[in-house]
Design a protein around this ligand. Structure first.
Ligand code: GUN
Ligand code: FE
Length: 474
């Protein structure tokens, strides 16, 4: 909870629409003690804010905390990472030449299993929260592990560090190693209920952390388990997260494991398996969706399920190039996921950059795709929309976070670029702007493009969630 009313002054940049960023200069945003935006004023300097806006709000001027974006700085909504594995953080960058199924067995399951050690879990989960916050991730949809106590710990750490999160205890009762598998569908369901109960005790109004039902992916879940989790989602109205159509061998495995004769679905597609189990809802976050067929994408769209696009991961473990424009054209809501540690980076900014680049591979016809059209390309504005407003919709927080509007919560980052003086030196600290040098003559859209393509955590100066300062760069 932010303890004071706050007045933010300067330039604010946020998405208005998929292809439109809005730039508010000399603006003032007032955030009350609960972390809610109560006023957005343009053409408003500190004096005017003190004389007109704060009295209108009935705020005691002397008790308001003022945060000003300096020259070269701007406020931007916090990033929303719609898909990442908190438990895999120690493995980022470690994937060799593996592809999904061998990557899981070689790198991932042993690490996840080892986090049942509470000391190790605390070390890893503390670090992943700190690290993602330092990259401006104010909200994360986390997969933990199958272990309930350490999943509970992840929840507690999100709350104590102030990161907004969806926390999912991973369900997997088949086709996984003996040392890392739920004993049965019933045991998996019971453990899921226990982890949900913990979250609801720790944050009864789900003001910051929310449970998310997490069948790992179809190959690792029996049909009875998937059906029970689908029923649990209906009973609780909770969101669901899983993986879909990431890799061709995985898709073949799903066809083998779940014939329509078993699922009762009309066909043997991956999406139909989830649909038959009741897992394709308007609160379902589907990671990857690289190889969906036309009919599957139509089904996902009809169910209003969401997609987490994970370009860093899809390139790293050679899964393919998701056709985001095609998904968007079908009316499917998309956001971005780092998918650590399939993805090699904790940064949503890096993921946005890769989303822009991978969309160009689609145009070039890479990865067996027919060459696409120029309009497959995602612009700077579009990938930053996916990283904020799109992500908010994917995780069910639209209207609450992702932009700067009255009534929304203040989940934001202060971004600083390196302003270059007349002598060619950076004004301020030497690494002030990281790799982003701004000479002052660039337009604001060009500055933001420079940030997207060359920025990193050195540019993330301060981060707030629900009005609380949760990261500050030293
Ligand atoms: N499919 C099933 N589990 C995983 C996972 O941990 N990461 C990714 N990228 N895909 C998966
Ligand atoms: Fe994943």
């Amino acid at each position: 909870m932010g303890l004071k009313n706050k007045l933010f002054l300067g330039t604010f940049v946020h998405s208005k629409a998929l292809d439109e960023l809005e730039y508010l200069h000399n603006a003032a945003v007032c955030v009350d003690m609960s972390g809610t935006i109560v006023a957005v004023e343009v053409e408003c300097d500190e004096l005017r804010a003190r004389e007109t806006v704060l009295p209108r709000l009935g705020w005691e001027v002397a008790e308001v905390e003022v945060v000003e974006a300096k020259e070269g700085q701007f406020f931007f909504p916090g990033f929303i990472d719609t898909h990442l594995h908190a438990s895999q953080y120690p493995n980022i960058g470690i994937f060799g030449k593996s592809t999904l199924l061998d990557w899981l067995n070689t790198y991932t399951f042993p690490l996840e299993a080892s986090l049942s050690d509470p000391v190790k879990a605390r070390q890893v989960y503390t670090r992943v929260i700190r690290k993602t916050l330092s990259h401006g991730t104010t909200c994360a949809a986390y997969y933990a592990t199958i272990d309930v106590p350490s999943t509970n710990l992840l929840t507690d750490l999100c709350l104590s560090h102030g990161q907004r999160a969806l926390v999912g205890r991973v369900c997997m009762d088949q086709l996984s190693p003996d040392y890392y598998r739920d004993a049965s569908a019933d045991a998996s369901l019971a453990a899921t209920r226990a982890s949900i109960a913990h979250i609801l005790r720790a944050d009864p109004t789900m003001s910051l952390v929310k449970p998310i039902i997490t069948p790992r992916f179809a190959p690792a879940c029996s049909l009875p388990l998937m059906r029970q989790l689908g029923a649990l989602a209906r009973e609780t109205s909770l969101p669901i997260q899983t993986h879909i159509s990431e890799n061709k061998s995985e898709i073949a495995l799903v066809k083998d494991l779940f014939p329509p004769s078993a699922t009762g679905a009309a066909d043997d597609s991956y999406a139909s398996v989830y649909d038959a189990a009741g897992l394709l809802t308007d609160k379902t976050v589907l990671a990857h969706a690289v190889h969906l067929t036309e009919a599957e994408a139509d089904l996902v769209s009809a169910r209003r399920a969401k997609v987490s696009h994970c370009p860093c991961s899809n390139s790293a473990i050679t899964s393919g190039a998701a056709r985001v424009r095609w998904l968007l054209d079908k009316g499917i809501t998309c956001g971005l996921g780092t998918d650590m540690s399939g993805g090699y980076s904790p940064s949503v900014l890096e993921t946005a950059r890769q989303a822009a680049l991978v969309s160009r591979h689609v145009v070039m016809g890479a990865n067996g795709l027919a060459p696409g059209e120029e309009r497959e390309k995602l612009s700077v504005e579009e990938v930053l929309f996916l990283a904020t407003r799109g992500g908010a919709e994917v995780v069910g927080l639209e209207g609450r976070v992702g932009g700067f509007e009255v009534g929304m919560e203040w989940d934001a980052q202060l971004v600083g670029l390196g302003m270059i003086g007349e002598g060619g030196e950076v004004e301020g600290e030497e690494d002030e702007g990281g790799d982003v040098d701004v000479f002052g003559w660039e337009s604001w859209p060009d500055r933001v493009a420079k940030w997207l393509y060359n920025g990193d955590d050195r540019n993330t100066k301060k981060v707030w969630v629900k009005g609380r300062l949760v990261h500050q760069r030293k």
